[in-house]
Design a binder for this molecule. Structure first.
Ligand code: NAD
Ligand code: SER
Length: 320
């Protein structure tokens, strides 16, 4: 295999993929990064793009061979809310997509895999606060069930076939560069767009539904951090707890109001509030901190300030 890192990001048009693929391009050279998704992105990306479904193993194999891919970041998935409406499709994509990539690594076609899990592996029997790495995992969504099975599959492939697969349990992610695609925590992105456009925001979670959340910059830092760490530092091969912020919709509303005083939010909880009710409110990530040096950069005021600044600039440029 070549010594040059060649990266494939699957699901590169999504909330995380949009940001991560470009960050990897900046770091390793756009000519060494291939994004892939079901459709071409609207704007021509700087990285190489290949249209492909992760469920199409043969086409995936051709792409891996064509570019001598060494590292795969597998982001294609059905998230929690979308998954509840498409149970079979969620299981198929979340598990079979992962199996295909693990098998490419087992057959030595690729060297290293990043695959994210989620706080959705936890459920109502998990303690609510400071949740330990090894706390009970009895998820109540097909998304959580598939992530938990995926974690076991990663651990199995690591132990049985020495596949170098690395994973973190992302909290709900918030950024300004991309929109989310069917999660329970999407409100925390939508709320900023309403605020900047001087619109009232109707929140689909209860105002006190506190959840573990994270700014996209920190999520990208963690993703690249765990992939860059020496293999012997990665002692957990299921998936690492990861934590930075914990807040409720009301708390982020109050923080946004420090910048946009007239902003109005009303609350009309739907089925997503029930999904969120079973998740923890805060996570203990000591293992990630101790094993590979994870540390977040942004607290809530810093994140809100950064998002508002960037979104205001973007809307001004786009003249919306
Ligand atoms: P997203 O829904 O925004 O993006 C997923 C992308 O995958 C989309 O662009 C979609 O078109 C693509 N896709 C769907 N089916 C595909 C297929 N068959 N083949 C190839 N591409 C396909 O998701 P995201 O928020 O970017 O999440 C990425 C990963 O991170 C997922 O595994 C998700 O479970 C995990 N995660 C995300 C969050 C979050 O808050 N965003 C939190 C925890 C875990
Ligand atoms: N943010 C994700 C979701 O809401 C959690 O994994 O589905």
């Amino acid at each position: 295999m070549s010594s040059q890192k060649k990266i494939l990001v699957i699901g590169s048009n999504g909330q995380i993929g949009t940001v991560l693929t470009n960050k990897l391009g900046e770091k390793y050279g756009y000519e060494n990064v291939v994004g892939s998704d079901l459709r071409c992105p609207e704007n021509q990306p700087k990285f190489i793009f290949e249209e492909c479904s992760v469920l199409d193993k043969d086409q995936l194999g051709l792409i891996i061979k064509k570019y001598n891919i060494t590292d795969v970041y597998l982001l294609a998935a059905y998230l929690s809310a979308k998954g509840e409406k498409n149970v079979n499709k969620a299981w198929d994509l979340n598990i079979n997509g992962l199996r295909h990539i693990l098998n490419f690594a087992k057959d030595k076609k690729i060297e290293k895999i990043f695959w994210p899990s989620s706080i959705a592996v936890f459920g109502p029997t998990t303690p609510k606060n400071n949740v330990d790495q090894y706390a009970r995992t009895e998820p109540t969504t097909i998304y959580g069930v598939s992530k938990l099975a995926g974690e076991s599959l990663c651990n199995y492939y690591y132990n049985k076939f020495a596949v170098d697969v690395r994973s973190i349990r992302y909290p709900g992610l918030i950024g300004w560069e991309s929109m989310p695609g069917g999660g329970t925590t999407d409100y925390a992105v939508d709320i900023f767009h309403a605020a900047i456009k001087n619109e009232e925001y109707l929140c689909f979670l209860s105002e006190d539904r506190k959840l573990p959340m994270m700014y996209m910059n920190d999520a990208i830092k963690a993703t690249i951090g765990i992939m860059d760490a020496p293999s012997e530092f990665i002692k957990i091969r299921t998936s690492y707890n990861l934590s930075s912020l914990n807040f409720s919709p009301k708390q982020i509303e109050e923080e946004i109001k420090k910048h946009i005083r007239n902003f109005k939010v009303s609350y009309n909880p739907d089925f997503r509030d029930q999904l969120a009710k079973d998740w923890p409110q805060s996570i203990n990530d000591n293992h990630a901190r101790n094993d590979w040096g994870w540390e977040p950069n942004f607290n809530l005021p810093q994140m809100v300030n950064d998002i508002i600044l960037n979104l205001k600039n973007r809307y001004k440029k786009e003249k919306i």
